[in-house]
Design a protein around this ligand. Structure first.
Ligand code: MN
Ligand code: MN
Length: 463
């Protein structure tokens, strides 16, 4: 055999997939990103796409037949989509799991105050961010307000800043002229979380209000605006979930338009192909194919909408019960691709990367045997047998794929939802799309890798 046959080499996948389809698929993805900047918005967008493709909402006890296409939403923040397979659930499911939440700036429960001629929202950041990246960029406000009036709840979706004509919001930064002390600090200390206040207004109310006086006139103007728009009073922030996310939309990056820059690729760059490849399935797959999109991964997968919630188990138990199958038996025979992003090798930060093992952009769908940190803690570490099984699926379908790891050993690390699925006795392996500038407000991915993820997950569901 020649060295080319004997050696493994990570190679760009150009020429191995239809480049027109690559560009076309990325257009749909960009539109999804712009609509789905929070987990709620992402769920709504995915459900709309599924609806148009004939998926129906699942109701407990529903009679299901092979080929049926269903979805089940968990509190607007997570969703399971399924295409019922020809075989019994005794034989397990082909499952993909991705997350829809992304690092962002959440608004606190008592957020509004006025100081020195400006009004601000206090915040609490969500997920692992480099705080300095979130100052001096346009932000938009998204979320939900549940106003309590006369013993009743009124719910409003908030979306201010997405439309080009909308106002934006911002966290201010210090001018370099006065920043000599700030610049000498460690990057973790340069911006303090308690100073990450969102600038929201500067004009006082014109209402004559004696109790308010001159002190809180800008705050009053903000409350008057919110009351007029949503019927809110200040206490209603307590029953609100408001977040600031970057106000810029997804766009092409590079002269060649080979990449997409956007907020929230982690992990919508996996969630979108996981859902759309399931929706694109034609006919009836052999095993039931399920796409699970969850919330709260960035803060440990906890809570009622996270991967550790029993939502998924309950959904599967419902499907299994209808076929007289024990969910435990179904899990035992199931296979899961935990689809999350991985770090793309970046030559500008080569000293923390592992050139042989880290994923590279444009080299295809990235399989990661394990993530974790410090001696592989916090990972499920897929078996050799499972790795081979997934390799064969991708190779047989002609899907470009590559290996991935998370940088140098002991450099840091991270986890995914993989272990929570593996803990359920489901064979699980991580696979995803390499990302540059991960967790920043403007992450970058390659369109080719995105399309390979779509092809790879489609092949997996059909295997
Ligand atoms: Mn992720
Ligand atoms: Mn992440």
């Amino acid at each position: 055999m020649t060295s080319e046959e004997l050696f493994y080499q990570k190679k760009p996948a150009f020429g191995r997939v239809d480049s027109e389809k690559v560009q076309q698929y990325a257009e749909g993805y960009k539109a999804f990103l712009d609509r789905g900047k929070t987990e709620r918005d992402a769920v709504t967008t995915i459900v709309n796409i599924a609806h148009e493709a004939g998926f129906v909402p699942y109701k407990r006890g529903m009679l299901l037949n092979p080929g049926d296409r269903i979805y089940c939403v968990n509190r607007e923040k997570a969703v399971a989509l399924a295409v019922i397979g020809a075989e019994s659930l005794d034989n397990g499911i082909a499952l993909t799991a991705a997350h829809l939440d992304a690092p962002r700036i959440d608004i606190r429960t008592v957020p509004l105050y006025e100081q020195d001629g400006m009004a601000f929202f206090k915040t609490h950041y969500y997920g692992g961010i480099k705080k300095y990246q979130w100052t001096a960029i346009p932000l938009e406000l998204r979320g939900v307000v549940c106003v309590c009036r006369n013993g009743k709840m009124l719910k409003f979706r908030v979306n201010i800043g997405a439309d080009p004509s909308d106002p934006k919001f911002v966290i201010t930064d210090l001018l370099p002229h006065l920043a000599s002390k700030q610049m000498e600090q460690k990057m973790t200390d340069g911006i303090k979380a308690e100073n990450m206040n969102i600038l929201i207004a500067s004009k006082p109310s014109e209402t004559e209000d004696e109790t308010c006086g001159e002190k809180d006139k800008i705050k009053l103007a903000v409350m008057e605006y919110l009351h007029q728009k949503y019927g809110m009073t200040e206490i209603d922030f307590l029953s609100a979930e408001l977040s600031c996310v970057p106000a810029f939309n997804a766009c092409d990056v590079g002269f060649d338009r080979s990449m997409v820059g956007a907020y929230g690729h982690d992990d919508r760059v996996c969630a979108y192909p996981a859902a759309t490849s399931l929706i694109a399935l034609e006919g009836t797959p052999r095993r039931t194919a399920v796409c699970l999109l969850v919330d709260k991964e960035e803060i440990g997968s906890e809570g009622v909408t996270g991967m550790q919630s029993r939502f998924f188990d309950t959904f599967m138990a419902d499907l299994c019960r209808a076929q007289g199958v024990y969910p435990e038996v179904c899990y035992e025979h199931s296979t899961c691709l935990s689809t999350d992003v991985c770090n793309a090798f970046d030559p500008n930060y080569a000293d923390v990367s592992e050139a042989r093992n880290d994923a590279r952009i444009n080299c295809g769908f990235a399989l990661m045997k394990y993530s974790g940190a410090r001696g592989k803690s916090g990972t499920s570490d897929a078996t050799a047998e499972l790795m081979a099984q997934i390799r064969l699926i991708l190779e047989n379908a002609g899907v470009p794929w590559q290996t991935a790891q998370l940088g140098r050993v002991d450099q840091g690390g991270g986890g995914t939802v993989a272990m929570y699925l593996a803990n359920r006795n489901i064979d699980t392996v991580d696979a995803g799309v390499p990302v540059l500038s991960m967790h920043s407000p403007f992450e970058v991915i390659s369109k080719l890798d995105l399309y390979c993820a779509f092809l790879g997950m489609g092949a997996f569901y059909q295997a």
